[in-house]
Design a protein around this ligand. Structure first.
Ligand code: SIN
Length: 496
């Protein structure tokens, strides 16, 4: 049953949404809305792990901070970053208490791995290379059984209900109805924007809905030019690159080779294959350019086959499905869109610039990542700031402004907008990728503005329409941000 008022509405069922909802006291009502099924999210696809320190250790915290600053080109917000790292221990232990089974060695100790930019092993993983899936599985079991949480699946948030820079809830598309849902607080946990690129590791639900809604509500949005490309997605001629080959594969000793078989990373960075992700992606791009190729190779053939099968079961099997046995063959890989570093501006309590509106996870810009995210800091961000949002909700005594939820029936259009979606994806892939220049950005802007105008003139009520509008909105914001930043820094690389 849908209530007329909730203490908190959470939009999104990735780690940011689930953890925020779980940390709200039982005395508060929470509505969790998700656009598809509960289990579909970007977090669930996370392979490598979650960074952080299990034990309180100031020296270890400071080293983690230093690595994050180096990766983020020192553009990170220091107070947000300190919060992230210093609160990692409590929240990671909380995940263990929630039932997450991180991988352990024969002595029962939690195993740690490395990824790009980490100068020491500090990344916890689960299910070998299925960390996101394992974390989400444990949290979902708790969420569905917590009596103060109501779940609405297959329900798309369309727009925030805003008056005088204050958020009162959200309008949603639920079956064949548009419903206005009211709440004391609303948290956008809508994830990434990967669907606006042709090649991305994100699931197709990642259409930037939260960022687009926040933009329409006039919230502050920042740093969207920093789109992080993952250097190693499995490359297939027919499909491009999409399936992630975790950085942890390089963390355990994998090499990058160009199509001529040459191991090239020593030309670019002293940390070689474990340089920060922006540098590895840009180096791979350079090697592909120099060798007239559309991919490079990841080589793990020198590692113990038994270890590889046990440590990376998902990757091993998926590559085998694609016809590559990683224990004796090179893996073709190429860089692909992976993570939006910028997003809706939030403070260290997850508050946006709109009263009663919060944001968490990939859709927000908490400032922790700077100009390029350090690997495996994103799941950590979801839990640290999720708990902070929940704490504020738990401590807040709002007077309920109860309104009956307004609902009206609509006639759903079944137009699928597939062509327009593809147009956006192609122009973003071609003109707003790893390497950018003014002329290409302006050209992409022209295409996107035309799409936006066409969509305005041909509005229909259906999920596909709202998604494609959000995609075009976010694409335009990224292009504008990329045009504005004329220098190269972090994962924004201008060649003009
Ligand atoms: C990976 O496993 O390589 C991805 C981890 C991340 O994006 O932080």
């Amino acid at each position: 049953m849908i209530l007329s008022y909730y203490d908190l509405i959470v939009i999104g069922s990735g780690l940011a949404g689930l953890y925020t909802a779980l940390n709200v006291n039982r005395s508060k009502s929470v509505l969790l809305i998700t656009k598809a099924e509960l289990s579909i999210s970007n977090s669930a696809l996370a392979q490598g792990g979650i960074a952080g320190e299990l034990k309180h250790d100031d020296a270890a915290y400071e080293r983690h901070i230093e690595d994050t600053l180096l990766a983020g080109a020192y553009m990170n917000n220091m107070s947000a970053l300190k919060t992230l790292v210093y609160e990692s221990s409590d929240n990671l232990n909380n995940l263990i208490n929630y039932g997450v089974n991180f991988d352990r060695d024969d002595n029962g100790e939690i195993m740690l791995t490395r990824e790009g930019g980490h100068r020491e092993r500090r990344i916890l993983h689960a299910g070998g290379d299925a960390t996101g899936r394992e974390i989400i599985k444990s949290l979902l079991q708790l969420v569905v059984h917590k009596e103060n949480i109501t779940i609405l699946e297959n329900t798309m948030a369309i727009d925030l209900i805003i008056n005088n820079n204050k958020c009162f809830g959200v309008s949603v598309l639920h079956k064949d109805k548009i419903i206005s849902l009211y709440a004391g607080a609303t948290a956008l946990c809508t994830g990434g924007i990967g669907e606006i690129y042709k090649n991305s590791t994100n699931p197709s639900v990642a259409t930037g809905d939260g960022i687009a809604m926040a933009y329409r509500a006039e919230a502050n949005i920042n740093n969207l030019e920093f789109i992080q490309f993952h250097p190693t997605a499995f490359y297939k001629k027919t499909e491009g690159a999409k399936f992630l080959i975790s950085e942890a594969v390089r963390g355990e000793g994998g090499y990058l080779r160009n199509v001529e078989g040459f191991r090239f990373m020593d030309k670019y960075h002293h940390l070689l294959e474990l340089a920060p992700r922006d540098i590895v992606s840009q180096s791979v791009y350079r090697e592909m350019y120099d060798t007239w190729s559309d991919h490079v190779y990841l080589d793990v053939t020198h590692l113990d086959p038994k270890f590889l099968r046990k440590r990376f079961p998902t990757i091993y099997q998926k590559c085998l499905d694609y016809g590559v046995d990683i224990t004796n063959s090179l893996i073709p890989v190429a860089p692909v869109e992976h993570f939006s570093v910028g997003g809706i501006t939030v403070d260290i309590f997850g508050k946006t610039t709109i009263e009663n509106l919060y944001a968490n996870g990939e859709c927000c810009d908490s400032g922790v990542h700077g100009a390029n995210r350090l690997a495996s800091n994103s799941l950590l961000e979801c839990i640290v700031f999720g708990r902070r949002i929940a704490k504020t909700i738990n401590e807040c005594h709002v007077t309920k402004n109860i309104k009956n939820f307004a609902t009206h029936e609509i006639t759903l259009s079944n137009f699928n907008y597939g062509d327009i979606r593809m147009q956006i994806k192609e122009i973003m892939e071609r003109n707003v990728g790893i390497v950018r220049k003014k002329e290409n950005l302006l050209n992409a802007k022209q295409v996107i503005m035309k799409i936006k105008a066409d969509l305005r003139n041909d509005a229909r009520v259906c999920k596909a329409y709202y998604e494609v509008v959000n995609m075009a909105t976010v694409a335009a914001l990224i292009i504008d941000a990329a045009l504005k930043r004329k220098d190269s820094i972090g994962c924004h690389f201008r060649i003009d």
